[in-house]
Write a protein that binds this ligand. Structure first.
Ligand code: NAD
Length: 399
């Protein structure tokens, strides 16, 4: 089943959009493809029992507000974060670790928000215990882990979804609808970037905890590619075939290259080739005067530019018209979840999509194949950085 259930552009939202100006009507093509689906209406009382692991980023989702979801249990190694999760999700049951939580037979699915280097191990542990998995990005850090995750999801038939926020930023939803509706024409070039200055550095607040190095200390940029790659793959289910990537070697901070990853790079600027043989420029940087997660999409007939850190606004250009207004997508998620909790209002949409995929027994929008397609190209790009930008082939993890 096509897995964009959370994405029917409601007729009301479209009509509002249509009244913005005559120019706004050029979006009609993109809206047409999905307008008939309308707002989300609860059609089943089935409920998914979720366990949530990791009490920092993991405490910013909407599980307790979804009518088809029950927060069965929560876990964090740290007691204060465990407590925070219990309060946030109004849940009385907690466990001291993921390993303990997955022994609970009442837990049907686990939402994993543990450090990135643990994602593959924790995903495999959950799948082995028969739990569906919703995992923070990235899915994994090595090709071998990607193979193991794919094999485990296929062998168990369980649901797997990556919590990639870029997929449900509202500008990405709009891009997806304009592109699948044909409004931009064929995509000829896409640019995407994730800039987070200072992260990974020896003095950054997220690099040290109680004087100990965290997993973010010296973290390789291209092992965190998904905020950027999702901007291309997530709009057209495209694939990246090859990459040449330039890494910035910078020894001005002691975290590079003295880190558990032996990583000398603080920025990585990649030029990818897509399966349509078009270029995709994709940057990830920790040491640059720029900020944010954004993209711009160029088609044969139109273009969409996300707002940027230089205060340039959203711009949609189709048929010689230029608009700068986002449609309102709130009616696609349950009422109690309709507020912004971070990352471009994506969290309610990610929560909703995973819950409904499990309840409706269908593939989630960001299934295992999409998740690995976001993540594996970065692993190869990181290898290319060590080879002065040599162009390398990207393996496919599709069925
Ligand atoms: N926009 C986004 O998509 C976005 C934003 C922030 C973080 N993230 C991702 O979310 C994940 C979590 O990020 P964070 O900033 O909260 O990380 P963090 O390292 O601050 O927190 C991870 C938490 O997991 C807990 N934990 C680790 N192992 C555990 C185990 N075995 N059992 C129970 N708890 C365990 C730790 O105690 C810690 O509180 C990371 O992988 C990160 O990449 C994604």
């Amino acid at each position: 089943m096509k897995s964009e259930h959370a994405e029917g552009m409601g007729r009301r939202a479209f009509l509002q959009l249509g009244t913005l100006s005559a120019g706004a009507l050029f979006w009609a093509g993109g809206a047409r493809a999905v307008a008939e689906r309308g707002p989300w209406i609860q059609e089943t009382d089935k409920q998914l029992r979720v366990g949530i692991v990791g009490g920092r980023f993991g405490a910013t989702f909407h599980w307790h507000e979804h009518p088809n979801c029950i927060v069965e249990a929560v876990s964090d190694l740290a007691p204060d974060r465990r407590q925070h999760l219990m309060q946030k999700y109004r849940c009385e049951k907690s466990y001291e670790s993921l390993s303990a939580l997955i022994e609970d037979p009442a837990v049907e699915a686990v939402a994993i928000f543990t450090p990135a280097p643990d994602h593959a191990k924790h995903t495999l542990q959950c799948l082995e215990k028969g739990k569906h998995v919703f995992c923070a990005c990235p899915a994994c850090l090595t090709i071998e882990e990607a193979e193991e995750i794919k094999a485990a999801v296929e062998a168990t038939g369980l649901k797997y979804m990556n919590a990639e926020t870029s997929y449900y930023r509202w500008e990405t939803i709009l891009a997806r609808e304009l592109i699948t509706g044909g409004d931009l024409g064929a995509l000829v070039y896409t640019e995407a970037e994730y800039y987070h200055p200072g992260i990974g550095a020896s003095t950054h607040s997220l690099s040290l905890e109680d004087g100990e190095r965290t997993w973010r200390y010296g973290y390789p940029p291209m092992l965190y590619p998904t905020h950027s790659t999702a901007f291309y793959i997530g709009v057209n289910r495209g694939r990246l075939r090859k990459v040449s990537c330039i890494g910035l070697r910078d020894d001005s901070d002691p975290a590079f290259p003295d880190n558990v990853y032996d990583n000398p790079f603080r920025n990585a600027m990649g030029m990818f080739v897509t399966q349509e043989d078009t270029p995709f420029r994709c940057n990830v940087g920790w040491h640059i005067h720029a900020y944010g997660e954004r993209a711009q999409w160029f088609g044969e007939k139109g273009a969409l530019y996300m707002p940027d850190c230089a205060n340039r606004p959203l711009a949609v250009e189709v048929n010689d018209n230029r608009e700068s207004v986002l449609p309102d997508y709130w009616e696609r998620v349950p009422e109690d979840m309709r507020y912004d909790s971070g990352h471009g209002r994506s969290h309610p949409f990610l929560t909703h999509e995973f819950v409904m995929a499990c309840v409706e027994d269908r593939a989630p929008a960001i299934d295992v194949y999409e998740s690995l397609a976001y993540c594996v190209p970065g692993i190869v790009a990181h290898q290319s950085c060590f080879q002065d930008g040599a162009q390398l082939d990207i393996p496919s993890f599709d069925p």
